[in-house]
Design a protein around this ligand. Sequence first.
Ligand code: ADP
Ligand code: ASP
Ligand code: MG
Length: 441
Amino acid sequence: MKVLKFGGTSVGSPENMRSVMQVITDQKQKIVVLSAMSGTTNALVEISDDLKKNNQEAAKKSIQKLESGYVEVIKNLFTTEEFKKKGMEAVHSSFHTIKSFVSEKFDQTGENTILAQGELISTRLFTWLMIENGYDTKLLPALDFMRINAEKAADSPYIKKHIGQVLLEAGNATYYITQGYICRNANGEIDNLQRGGSDYTASLIGAAIDAEEIQIWTDIDGFHNNDPRYVENTKKIEQLSFNEAAELAYFGAKILHPQTVFPARVKNIPVRLKNTLNPTDAGTLITAESSGTGIKAVAAKDGITAIKIRSDRMLMAYGFLKNVFNIFEDFKTPIDMISTSEVAVSLTIDNTENLNKIVHALDKYGTVEVDKNMSIICIVGDIIAEERGFASKVFHALDGIPIRMISYGGSRYNISILVPNTHKKTTLQRISDNLLNNGDS
Ligand code: ADP
Ligand code: ASP
Ligand code: MG
């Protein structure tokens, strides 16, 4: 069985939902994971933010606006009065839930429950649309099988066991629809897989059921060799390895949630990126094999903070790095890049929740400097197999860019470069012009 995930734009209007219906209805049994309609999760985040700030009036206005939008969707989505009524009931039930959290005692449960409504609405509407059109379809409640543990990591054994049960309970159907993004946490409360998490849902389901293929359907023809939001002349990549795709997704390629590749890689399930607006295009295939040598793509991750610890005590000493790393472990803060010299170590983090405490703890080991608003530029490919002189080509391409850190040789798949965020766009464009497009346009 295949697992197909459709993103926000793909289900962003009645017309697009009908296109999805056309794409999936080939009479082959499949699980279809849907995101919220585009714009909905952003609106729900804003509503939650207003409620956190005790700004109930602003929240009520936004809720009203969002609900009216859905009433319009229903008018255009269904043909019969019977299904318009069913659609309206689905929408009203979710908005009833949202409104029940408009209070001064707004908390995390309220926020997570509100954020879940986008996917709950889109999947209910889509399921009714399929049934109205005569397709044998069942809705699988993701909150009954998708779960994260106390460390906020996917609880794969739980997911495998419970999706099996949910499928059994649902009974036979050709098309199963379920919600992306939403899950329960270790306490059984509603939670989510972070923004863009529907991709991860699809991959977790794919691994749990040993799917034949995981397909991520979106609004672009596949994985491009650079970020099309910032750079001109980006090109679709036909094939990527799991390792290459994982690096690119982790380092900011928005087309895939950072963790999507891992469950698929463990089970060796191919991941295919496809365009809902151009379904016959083959898209990008991600498998265990890498094809071709040299640089394949580049991505950028923003919001990076660099921390430098300089200490004479580091000279010829052992144990220094261990003490430094222990501090990051104590504050549960992952490190992305590291570079060292004889008397200093620089590293980067993107979670700054405990930055002040980390800096305070590091103070006793040396002089600490912090640079905020940096971006990691991650160049991916079979770098080691690239001909000699590759590093000089990279430096040449980035002439004049203030590079703060470089990480090269950690794996054969990537080189990471840290630059101020203000230089991100130029850096990406220079890499496209000099290293990816080889002079063509
Ligand atoms: P969805 O809502 O379908 O999940 P996303 O907006 O999350 O879609 O991801 C698709 C978008 O990712 C594209 O429209 C594109 O702007 C952006 N993107 C960023 N980097 C890349 C890349 N390397 N290749 C393709 N798309 C990319
Ligand atoms: N709807 C969620 C978001 O906007 C999840 C997703 O689209 O993957 O982040
Ligand atoms: Mg996405």
